[in-house]
Write a protein that binds this ligand. Structure first.
Ligand code: ZN
Length: 164
């Protein structure tokens, strides 16, 4: 999965990875995991197993730090949540192929303005017709299909000659 930083992250329908020996699924408050294949998986959810996203992510960091090889991590939720989980997984040294992401419910994209570096949030939609107003500099930004996993954000660029 090298090179994903240069393109849109792709979300496949969630499926249990048969090569994993342990399975941990983390869900945001709105996500639903109803696949019977996950019956034996450990499931954490914001608002159920943990009071909030921050608590879940903190516990996840601890859990991953001591996880054995063969753990597969699955994240279901908004794109913002997914990339927070991905950052925790990355910090714990998990490889991209040890993590599965499924974007569900209340989707939002983080967009980083290339002009002022402000990071804002826009509804998840078709990229090629999505424009947002930057909350930092007020420019109309067009989303570019360039995603930074490190920032968890897409690039937003003002069109040359566009109305500022
Ligand atoms: Zn801006």
């Amino acid at each position: 999965m090298e090179g994903t930083s240069r393109s849109l992250p792709l979300y496949a329908p969630l499926a249990l990875d048969p090569t994993g020996r342990e399975h941990l699924a983390v869900l945001d408050a709105a996500a639903v995991l109803d696949d019977p294949a996950f019956g034996s998986a450990e499931v954490w959810q914001v608002g159920r197993s943990h009071p909030g996203t921050a608590e879940l992510l903190a516990a996840l960091g601890d859990r991953l730090a001591t996880a054995s090889v063969g753990l597969r991590l699955y994240a279901l939720g908004s794109e913002d949540f997914l990339w927070s989980v991905m950052a925790a997984a990355h910090a714990a040294g998990l490889g991209r192929d040890e993590v599965r992401l499924a974007c569900t419910g209340d989707p939002a994209r983080r967009i980083r303005c290339v002009h002022c570096q402000h990071i804002g949030v826009a509804p998840l939609g078709r990229l090629d017709d999505t424009t947002v107003t930057c909350g930092g500099c007020g420019r109309r930004l067009t989303l570019r299909p360039h995603f930074s996993p490190r920032l968890g954000a897409y690039l937003g660029v003002a069109e040359p000659g566009g109305t500022p």
